[in-house]
Design a protein around this ligand. Structure first.
Ligand SMILES: O=C[C@H](O)COP(=O)(O)O
Length: 269
C-alpha cells in the first residue's frame, strides 16, 4: 500500500521532505479551493524542487466542471509544472459519459507531453451530496478513458469520512473493479489510522491523507508534521503485514497473476 500525503504549500512540502522515507507520493493541492483544489503552477514547481527526486509529485487539477477542454489544458499545466501524478476530481460530471469525456482529454493532454505520467480519475464517496457520478462508476470511467487509477475522496470536508459514505464492503467492490480493469485503486477522505486495517484488507493500492498527519488531526488549521507521517506509516505497514500474515494460503496455483501496481513514474528532471 502506497502512502500519498497532501501538503498545501512549499513550507508543508518541506515538512513532508523531512519524513520522505515514510511516504511514497507528495500530492500538491490547495484545500481552500476545495477537496481536490488546484494549486498554482509555481507551487508545484517549487514543491517538485523541494522533495527528494525519487518521490513522485502529484498535483490535483481541481474539483473540475464538465468542461473537457478547460480541464485538459489545466492537467497539462500540472504536468508541465513537474507533477507526474495528475489527479482530477470529477465534481461537475453528472454522468459516466461526461466523466469519460473529461478524462479522455486529460489522458491525451498529459500523455502526449509525458507518456509515463500517471493519471488518476477521482470521484467522491459523498457524491450524493453534490450530485456527481456514483462512486462505483469510477473504475469503469478510468478504464474507458485510459486513466491509470480510480480514486475516491470526500467532497465535503465536514468531519464525515470515506467509510461513512462508502462502507468497507462497497470500497472492497470499488477496489475489485479497479483491479479487474488493470487499474490501481486509491482511497481517501478523512482517513484515520483506525481505517487502515480495512483499507489493507480490501487491497487498497494508494491511501491519501492530509488531516490524519496534521497537528490535532485538523486539515485546515493544523500543519503536517513529520512525526505524524512517520507514526501513520508505521501503523499502515503493521496492518499490511498483519493482512499478509492472515491471508489464507492458496489451495490451487493461481491461473492469472494479480494486477501488478504500475511503477511510480520517474520524477520530472
Ligand atoms: O488526497 C488526499 C486528501 O488530501 C485527503 O485529505 P483528508 O485526509 O484531510 O481528507
Amino acid at each position: 500500500m502506497l502512502l500519498l500525503i497532501s501538503p498545501d504549500s512549499v513550507e508543508e512540502a518541506l515538512e513532508c521532505a523531512k519524513a520522505a522515507q515514510h511516504l511514497d507520493i507528495v500530492d500538491v493541492k490547495k484545500p481552500d479551493e476545495g477537496s481536490l483544489g488546484a494549486n498554482y503552477p509555481w507551487v508545484i514547481r517549487e514543491i517538485r524542487a523541494a522533495v527528494p527526486a525519487d518521490k513522485p509529485v502529484s498535483a490535483t487539477v481541481g474539483d473540475v466542471p464538465y468542461k473537457p477542454g478547460t480541464v485538459a489544458q489545466a492537467a497539462l499545466g500540472a504536468a508541465v509544472s513537474g507533477a507526474t501524478y495528475i489527479k482530477v476530481g470529477l465534481y461537475g460530471c453528472t454522468t459516466p459519459e461526461q466523466a469519460v469525456d473529461v478524462m479522455r482529454g486529460v489522458v491525451r493532454a498529459v500523455k502526449d507531453f509525458r507518456p509515463d505520467a500517471f493519471v488518476v480519475a477521482s470521484g467522491y464517496a459523498d457524491a450524493h451530496r453534490i450530485g456527481c457520478v456514483n462512486p462505483l462508476a469510477l473504475p469503469d470511467i478510468a478504464r474507458r478513458s485510459g486513466s491509470d487509477a480510480a480514486m475516491l475522496d470526500t467532497a465535503v470536508k465536514d468531519g464525515t469520512r470515506l467509510f461513512d459514505h462508502v462502507p468497507p464492503p462497497v470500497c472492497a467492490e470499488f477496489v475489485r473493479q479497479a483491479h479487474e480493469a488493470g487499474l490501481l485503486a486509491a482511497l481517501a477522505g478523512s482517513v484515520r489510522s483506525g481505517d487502515l486495517a480495512d483499507l489493507a484488507r480490501i487491497g487498497t493500492d494508494i491511501v491519501g491523507v492530509r488531516g490524519a498527519v496534521c497537528e490535532g488531526g485538523d486539515r485546515k488549521a493544523g500543519r503536517i508534521r513529520p512525526h505524524l507521517v512517520a507514526a501513520f506509516r508505521t501503523q499502515m505497514d503493521e496492518h499490511v503485514r498483519n493482512h499478509v500474515a492472515a491471508a489464507p494460503a492458496p489451495t490451487t496455483a493461481p491461473t492469472t497473476a494479480p494486477p501488478a501496481p504500475a511503477p511510480a513514474p520517474a520524477p520530472a528532471s
